[in-house]
Design a protein around this ligand. Structure first.
Ligand SMILES: [Zn+2]
Length: 338
């Protein structure tokens, strides 16, 4: 049984008429769950408590977001991040719903989870809202898992086209939370260099895979098989959180990658099978993805794989960046040179 949070409530975070991070993203995904599916448990959204948000954010920052929302009109938090009257409640529901799915997954109530939530989270730092993100949902859920749910080690996999600077920063010195990211580079937000591998004492717990634009399914597949699988087998996380950004889709108006819908299914297959080998539940949290159709199709493809569906076979293709990525991370992980 796969737990899914999908609710029109997440449309209430108003970003204005022309913002790519549109409420319609939620509406498109929500159509996938109109018909009852015996393999999917629809889980009601719940609000995170202020204490939960405080696990990853500063009190003065939380107060600032609350104040900005309560002004009642659209307020710019940074040049591309806005909040509205309902954003406060929606943001609490985004983090809280992800926490709920994590709790259910860790306790075995569900075999995995998918949170169709917004605002997204991976750019939000402890004290800064940026890149369409208010609170860092994945970082909050990872901290909740280690501090309250008895999970010793968490792996965060981030396939959003952008680097999750906020998530990296939160866990840069944390050995128990490993952050793995594939992202377009150079690109917004500018972080995610290969050389950023973790603070002293936590070397190797940040695994950046910066990639030039235009990368395809076969190239991503080669990277995930040769780098992510050995890391999962060695790190042996008790939980895998996925920062699921679908702006690395070829149809996306913002990202410059060439992943197809089948490509996302194949990445989900690699994550599913590798997670199974270490007995770790996988919970996905929606991040980016701005072509509504591609977003809906890709979410469907990922959930079908989570339900045990067939994974598309995609032939690996040479990836120019792979040798240097392997050489860098082989200092900390048993990665094979060829
Ligand atoms: Zn993104």
């Amino acid at each position: 049984m796969i737990g899914v949070v999908s609710d029109p409530l997440f449309m209430n975070h108003d970003t204005g008429s022309y913002h790519p991070e549109s409420p319609l993203r939620i509406q498109f995904i929500h159509t996938l769950f109109a018909r009852k599916d015996p393999e999917i448990l629809l889980v009601d959204p719940v609000q995170a408590t202020p204490q939960d948000i405080l696990l990853n954010h500063e009190q003065y920052f939380i107060d600032h977001i609350k104040r900005s929302c309560s002004s009642g009109k659209l307020t710019d938090l940074d040049p591309d991040t806005v909040c509205s009257a309902d954003s406060w409640s929606v943001a609490l529901h985004a983090a809280g719903s992800l926490i709920r799915l994590v709790q259910m997954a860790v306790s075995g109530e569900i075999n995995g989870g998918f949170a169709s939530i917004r605002p997204p989270g991976h750019h939000a730092t402890a004290d800064e809202a940026m890149g369409f993100c208010l609170f860092n949902n994945v970082a909050i859920a990872a901290r909740k898992a280690t501090q309250s749910f008895g999970v010793e080690k968490v792996l965060i996999v981030d396939f959003d086209v952008h680097h999750g600077n906020g998530t990296q920063e939160s866990f840069y010195a944390a050995k128990e939370v490993l952050y793995f990211s594939t992202h377009q580079y150079p690109f917004y937000p500018g972080t995610g260099r290969l050389s950023e591998t973790g603070a002293p004492g936590a070397e190797g717990s940040t695994v950046n895979c910066p990639l030039g634009g235009g990368k395809t399914d076969g190239q991503y597949g080669a990277l995930y098989r040769r780098v992510l699988i050995p890391i999962i087998e060695t790190f042996r996380p008790g939980l895998i959180l996925v920062s699921a950004g679908f702006d690395s889709h070829a149809m996306d108006p913002i990202g410059g990658m060439q992943l197809s819908t089948e490509g996302f299914a194949s990445l989900a297959g690699i994550i599913r099978d590798s997670a199974k080998s270490v007995n770790a539940p996988v919970v996905y949290a929606l991040e980016g993805g701005y072509n509504f159709q591609a977003l809906r199709d890709s979410v469907k493809a990922v959930i079908d794989v989570m339900k045990g569906g067939k994974v598309p076979v995609i032939e690996e293709k040479p990836l120019p960046e792979l040798d240097e990525i392997i050489r860098t991370h082989a200092r900390y992980w048993p990665l094979q040179h060829h």
